[in-house]
Design a binder for this molecule. Structure first.
Ligand SMILES: Nc1ncnc2c1ncn2[C@@H]1O[C@H](COP(=O)(O)OP(=O)(O)OP(=O)(O)O)[C@@H](O)[C@H]1O
Ligand SMILES: [Mg+2]
Length: 300
């Protein structure tokens, strides 16, 4: 038998209560609307979508930080509803958050921050210092950084520490929620290079979340596009970039910089409505009335 995917989302829905100015629950909003996807061991899956499309909500559910309203999330074939919050769960899946500054405790040195998960997972005190040196080396930081405080680090260095901390318990799956969006473009490229390299060496599986599809081109084997809580596109990266099946993906791709005329020629045509490039809202209206044929909105 083939092994189960490391991660499977099966019809996952997340609703949030909306409250009025007096704090009373009025109605609910659906942030994630029936998302199903699987990620194979060792794969890099890129999840793209505009701000508010539900990316971080999906990440938080996978980490067991908030339960789905409907549907199931399976890690290695087992429903996380039963295991979230346990140490065994922490060894399976870890997350790197968007803002490297706020994810580190300002009153702890880098070494102390890295020691917390090691201690929680039962590593003996004598082994911890050695392991901290190893982790810093893994993310290409000098070992004397263990004595520094977060305010003594650059944004890129802080994000390296956050990556080291996520990797410290040797998880199988790492969820990266916009891991480089707070960084300069040059630092971004280096942190992504580091993630690719570590992923290969440590046999990691990544769920890489970003609003920026261009970052996924060279990083992810498959990508999914989230639009208002729905997964409107999912497939091998090269296919999605050259022949996207959903018009919203074409709008997203239109903002991806091209590096050569050949690439520009391969870019799919933009969805048009009445001679104008369609807006996301027009696409949604098309989606809402006629989901199976939504791609026909284009080229009219
Ligand atoms: N705890 C919450 N209570 C109520 N609404 C929430 C909560 N968390 C998220 N939302 C709403 O759910 C929707 C999706 O939010 P989410 O943070 O998942 O988006 P995102 O795709 O990560 O956006 P961004 O790119 O800006 O980080 C938004 O409309 C947001 O306001
Ligand atoms: Mg987010």
């Amino acid at each position: 038998m083939s092994e189960p995917p490391i991660l499977a989302l099966d019809g996952v829905v997340k609703r949030f209560p909306l409250r009025n100015a007096f704090g009373r629950r009025t109605e609910t909003m659906t942030a994630v609307d029936g998302v199903s996807l699987t990620i194979a061991r060792g794969e890099v899956y890129g999840l793209a979508g505009e701000s508010g499309s539900g990316k971080s909500t999906i990440a938080r559910m996978i980490l067991g930080l908030t339960p789905p309203s409907e549907g199931r999330i399976l890690l290695d074939g087992a429903d996380i509803a039963a295991t979230a919050g346990t140490r065994a769960f922490g060894r399976m899946v870890q997350m790197v958050f968007q803002n490297p500054g706020s994810s580190l405790n300002p009153r702890r040195t880098v070494g102390q921050s890295l020691a917390v998960p090691l201690a929680a997972h039962g590593l003996a005190r004598q082994r911890r210092a050695e392991r901290i040196d190893e982790l810093l080396a893994t993310v290409q930081l000098p070992t004397d950084f263990a004595a520094r405080y977060p305010h003594e680090l650059s944004g890129g260095q802080k994000q390296r520490v956050a990556i080291a901390r996520a990797l410290s318990v040797e998880p199988k799956l790492v969820v990266l929620d916009e891991p480089t969006s707070a960084l300069d473009v040059s630092v971004q490229a280096r942190v992504i290079g580091l993630l690719i390299d570590l992923g290969r060496r440590l046999d990691l599986t990544y769920l890489f979340i970003s609003h920026d599809l261009s970052l996924m081109r060279n990083f992810a084997q498959r990508v999914g596009v989230l639009y208002r809580g729905r997964l409107v596109e999912s497939g091998p990266t090269a296919d999605v970039f050259t022949t996207p099946s959903h018009p919203y993906t074409r709008l997203l791709l239109a903002s991806v910089p091209v590096i050569s005329p050949e690439e520009a020629a391969m870019r799919p045509p933009l969805p048009m409505i009445g001679g104008e490039v369609a807006t996301a809202d027009q696409l949604l209206a098309g989606l809402a009335t006629d989901p199976p044929n939504h791609s026909e909105v284009s080229d009219r």
